[in-house]
Each structure stands twice: as structure tokens, then as C-alpha cells.
Write a protein that binds this ligand. Structure first.
Ligand code: TEU
Length: 551
């Protein structure tokens, strides 16, 4: 096979709960997705990554799976799924399933068995430990608050859950667990799915010493160094590759919290023995610190540039990048990295799109990003639904670490619910998302920001994305060009070039609301491939201006 097909593809992520509700129960569903496939086709994306649609009690909106081979009732049936998959394939769209196998739901049959007794056949499917001096086995804090260990009175032991206590971690050291997972994956591959996005796959192998973690935030110890990129993770993924992945023509993406460049080169090595690419978090983690992600701090261009350029240059020729600004765990791109005030929203959304889509790697578009949807900015804790946000609000305010008002500001800046408000289809009630009552409030700006309005405006963010996607198909340099950072000291402009054979593509983006001096485009000749401004000023980039010129 020549070039891997996913290298010139664009991935569109759907968060099914919030995409489109066909049944009127206020919750998005599979038939709702099927009804909107032509919209995604029109945008030009080729691959759809579907956040989990499996049976789940929804403690974490489907990332807690109780049956990997059933569809969540609220989302529809397996027949609906099959129809959706066929409809995607008819349109030449590929489907990537979310594979959540670091943990299951505590309502999964395996866990219900495992919990029954110390000698149950399934006991060793999960990670059970004795307590220490009447307490948890160590001080690890779970990602969603509290201890990472839950006590089980019946058997007088603790089980590990890196996320909520309803998400017990699977024990990948157990060969039977790996067999079950590989068989399940094979079943989906035989159904015809085209790939997997693997949830926190970097966390499947734990440090067997289970040492205490550093505790500096007044809450629990940091488990990351002992659960991310653990001792056997590459061994397990190579086994998965041999047993399943290599037997099909798939695209595979590892969501890899805590991944470093060195690790990424192993996960996504071009020799094709593990995965095709990883999702790294360095550029979304440049804010935050003492209180984890909870901060209202704005990102600094200098830091952002350093991280992006590092990933671009260091993976060159060794591994492949995933390119993303936002997803269902992140605030909205335009609110976080751009400027969502009416004057600049569209311009900065287009600037961010340019910046990302012209880099080397496979770009991801998160539903609504293509119309410049913004953060929800909910002011009342009652409006939030996300387990992480609700738990953090409770933990930090109860301990007096952050006061309530400040914590609401933090949620407005970085809560995952900012990305989870319903897709804004039109200006009718509930943004055309549902005929019922939506499970989470619609962003009040929907009368202005919606798909219908975007499709009617030839100058919209939507058509700009469409053009960027088309460029990836038309210009080899967008896919293959070598990346080099430019103007690396500039306070306002992020710029780089891509080169391929004799060609050179210059990309410059003004990340500020002020004019910024820029002489990059002064040289003679060159063809402008795209810009979010019709007219340029000599030697200047206007507020949030982005330009791409091919020489
Ligand atoms: O997210 C994993 C992950 O790294 C998160 O902890 C992320 O850092 C956090 O959501 C940011 O606040 C994956 C899924 O994408 C997420 O939706 C799930 O909740 C989580 O795994 C558990 O399955």
C-alpha cells in the first residue's frame, strides 16, 4: 500500500449525546447522526470519530461501558447503528469507534462477578489491593476527585479507579482480559468499522509497586507517573496490533495522557507495530498548575508555539501527529485560543483553523467548531452536567482551596460542558437539536451561531473549513511538506513554513486583536492559497489575520 489513507484525511468528531436528537427525548441519538451525514460530507471530512455509543449507565456519558457489544438504549438499537454505518460507507465516510478499555463500568458483568468474592473467576479482571493501616493502598487521587481506590466491604479490599468509582480499571496484566478485549475489537472490525480512537490507552499498564504520588495541591497524590506509559504498555499494544489491528485496514489513534515525544515515537512509530498516531495534551495543558486544570489563565502564544513546534519538528519522519484544538473534554477552541467577542469570533475561528490545518498531521474537527461555536459560560452550578466539573466544584470549594465565585469562573473557562452543549443547527427552539427538553442547556447564542446561518453565508467559518479541507486534497505540500517554525520570538504572530521539493508554503497567523508587523510576505511572486481577510496591508497582519501563500 502506498500512502496511508488517514494521512490526507480530516476527522470529524461527534459527541452523540449532543449532536442531534431524532426521538424527542432531549438526548442526541444514532438516527440523528444518520440524518446529518450529508452535512459532514458537505464539509468534506472523511472520517467520523464517534464518542462511545455502547451500553452505559452514563456516569461519565458513555465512557463507562457496561456492555461493549450493545448500543446504549437512549441512542437507539444495533439496527440503527448498522444503518448508520452503511449510510456512512455509501457516502465514502469512514467510522472510527471510541474504544474505552482502560476501565469498564462497575455495572459491567465482569465487574459484578469480580466483586462477588476474592476467588471469583473474574476477580483478577480488575485491580484489587489490600488496604494499608486501615486506609487506601496508596494516596493516589482519581481524575474525577477523591481517592483512586474504592473500598469494598464484602471482600474487605480496595479496587483501583483512575476516573470515577463507577469506572473500575481493568487489569491488563491478566491475559484473559486482553483476549476479551481483542475478541471484542475483532467483532467490531468484522462488522466493518474503520478504526479505533483508544481512550487513555497510555494508562493500561500500572507501576506494579503502586507507590504514593507527590501531593502538593492539598488533595491527593499524583498518580500520573505510575499509571501513564507504564512498563508493559507497548508490549500490550504490539500484541493488540498482531492479534487485531494488522488484520484490517484501520486507522488507530491513541489518546495518550502524559505522553512525551519519546513515548509518542513508540506508540505511533511509522513501522506500524502499534498505533497510527497519538493525541497528546501538552498544548491544552499549558495553562493550569497548582489546582490542576482549574484556572482562568489565558494561554500565552510563546508557550503554545514552543509546544506545537516541538511536536511538529520532533516527530518528523518518525511518527505522525494528531492536530486538534478542542474535543469533548476541552473548552471551545475559539473561546480558549481565539476571541469569541462578536467582532472577532469568525475571524479568529478561521485563523485557528488555518493555523491547525496547515500543520503536518491529521486534523480533527470537533462538532460545532466548524461554525465557530463558543463556550457556554454557564453561571450556575445547576447548569453543569459533567462529573468532572461537578466533583471539582464540590472538592475545591469544600476544602476552601478555591471560592465558589472563582470556581464558577474556572468552569466557564475550562469545563468540559463548554463543548457539550447541543449542536446549534438553526435558530428555532433549542437550536433545532431536539423537539423535547435538552439534557443540557443550549448555548443562548444559537439564534446567531448555527449551521443554517453558516450555510447561507458564503463567507462563513463553515465554508472556510471546507476550503481548508479541499486544500489538503489538492496540495501535496499540505500533507507531506516539512515543517519549520518562523518568527519564533514574535509576541503576536505564529508562523511557519512547509517545504516540499522546490515548493515553499508560508503560513502566518496573528493571535492578537491588534495589528502586528510582519514582513514574511514581502517577497515577489507567490500564490495566496487562503486568507480570512480579502485585503491585506503591506508589512502588517490585521487582528486575527491568517494568510497562506505558496511560493
Ligand atoms: O479522557 C482522558 C483524559 O485524559 C481526561 O482525564 C482528560 O484529561 C480530562 O477529561 C480533561 O479534563 C478520556 C475521555 O476523553 C474522557 O471523556 C473520559 O472522561 C475519560 O477518558 C475517562 O474515560
Amino acid at each position: 500500500m502506498n500512502k496511508a489513507w488517514w494521512k490526507n484525511s480530516v476527522i470529524y468528531q461527534i459527541y452523540p449525546r449532543s449532536f442531534a436528537d431524532s426521538s424527542g427525548d432531549g438526548i442526541g441519538d444514532i438516527n440523528g447522526i444518520t440524518e446529518h451525514l450529508d452535512y459532514i460530507k458537505e464539509l468534506g471530512a472523511d472520517i467520523i470519530w464517534l464518542s462511545p455509543v455502547y451500553q452505559s449507565p452514563n456516569d461519565d456519558n458513555g465512557y463507562d461501558i457496561s456492555d461493549y457489544q450493545e448500543i446504549m438504549e437512549e441512542f437507539g438499537t444495533m439496527e440503527d447503528f448498522d444503518r448508520m454505518l452503511a449510510a456512512m460507507h455509501e457516502r465514502g465516510l469512514k467510522l472510527v469507534m471510541d474504544l474505552v478499555v482502560n476501565h469498564t463500568s462497575d455495572e459491567h458483568r465482569w465487574f459484578m462477578e469480580s466483586k462477588k468474592s476474592r476467588d471469583n473467576d473474574y476477580r483478577d479482571y480488575y485491580i484489587w489491593k489490600e488496604g494499608k493501616d486501615g486506609r487506601e493502598p496508596n494516596n493516589w487521587g482519581a481524575c474525577f476527585g477523591g481517592s483512586a481506590w474504592e473500598y469494598d466491604r464484602e471482600t474487605d479490599m480496595y479496587y483501583l479507579h483512575c476516573f470515577s468509582k463507577k469506572q473500575p480499571d481493568l487489569n491488563w496484566e491478566n491475559e484473559k482480559v486482553r483476549r476479551e478485549v481483542f475478541d471484542m475489537m475483532t467483532w467490531w472490525c468484522d462488522k466493518g468499522v474503520d478504526g479505533f480512537r483508544m481512550d487513555v490507552i497510555s494508562m493500561i499498564s500500572k507501576d506494579s509497586a503502586y507507590p504514593d504520588g507527590e501531593a502538593d495541591n492539598g488533595l491527593y497524590g499524583n498518580m500520573s507517573p505510575y499509571v501513564c506509559n507504564g512498563p508493559h504498555v507497548h508490549e500490550y499494544l504490539q500484541e493488540m496490533n498482531r492479534e487485531v489491528l494488522s488484520r484490517y485496514n484501520l486507522v488507530t489513534v491513541g489518546e495518550a495522557s502524559g505522553v512525551t515525544i519519546e513515548e509518542a515515537k513508540k506508540y505511533a512509530n511509522l513501522d506500524d507495530t502499534e498505533l497510527n498516531m497519538v493525541f497528546q495534551f501538552e498544548h491544552t495543558d499549558i495553562t493550569g498548575g497548582k489546582h490542576g486544570k482549574w484556572t482562568t489563565e489565558r494561554m500565552e502564544l510563546k508557550k503554545l508555539r514552543a509546544v506545537l513546534n516541538k511536536w511538529q519538528t520532533e516527530l518528523e519522519g518518525k511518527a505522525w501527529n494528531s492536530l486538534y484544538w478542542d474535543n469533548h473534554d476541552q473548552p471551545r477552541a475559539v473561546s480558549r485560543f481565539g476571541n469569541d467577542a462578536p467582532l472577532y469570533r469568525e475571524r479568529s475561528a478561521k485563523m485557528l483553523a488555518t493555523c491547525l490545518h496547515m500543520m503536518k498531521g491529521t486534523p480533527y474537527i470537533y462538532q460545532g467548531e466548524e461554525i465557530g461555536m463558543t463556550n457556554a459560560y454557564f453561571k450556575r452550578i445547576e447548569d453543569y452536567r459533567d462529573i468532572e466539573s461537578l466533583n471539582a466544584f464540590r472538592d475545591y470549594t469544600e476544602k476552601g482551596l478555591i471560592d465558589e465565585e472563582e470556581m464558577i469562573y474556572c468552569l466557564q473557562a475550562v469545563s468540559r460542558d463548554n463543548a457539550r452543549t447541543p449542536m446549534q443547527w438553526d435558530d428555532s427552539r433549542h437550536a433545532g437539536f431536539t423537539a423535547g427538553t435538552p439534557w443540557i442547556r443550549v448555548n443562548p447564542n444559537y439564534p446567531m451561531i448555527n449551521v443554517k446561518a453558516a450555510l447561507e453565508d458564503p463567507d462563513s467559518v463553515f465554508y472556510y473549513y471546507q476550503k481548508l479541507i479541499r486544500m489538503r486534497k489538492e496540495y501535496e505540500i499540505v500533507v507531506d511538506g516539512i515543517f519549520k517554525g518562523l518568527l519564533e520570538e514574535d509576541e503576536n504572530i505564529y508562523a511557519y513554513e512547509r517545504t516540499l521539493d522546490e515548493k515553499r508554503m508560508l503560513v502566518a497567523c496573528n493571535f492578537s486583536e491588534h495589528e502586528a508587523a510582519c514582513s514574511l510576505f514581502e517577497q515577489e511572486g507567490g500564490e495566496e492559497l487562503i486568507s480570512n481577510y480579502k485585503f491585506h496591508k503591506t508589512g502588517i497582519l490585521q487582528p486575527y489575520e491568517a494568510r497562506v501563500v505558496l511560493y
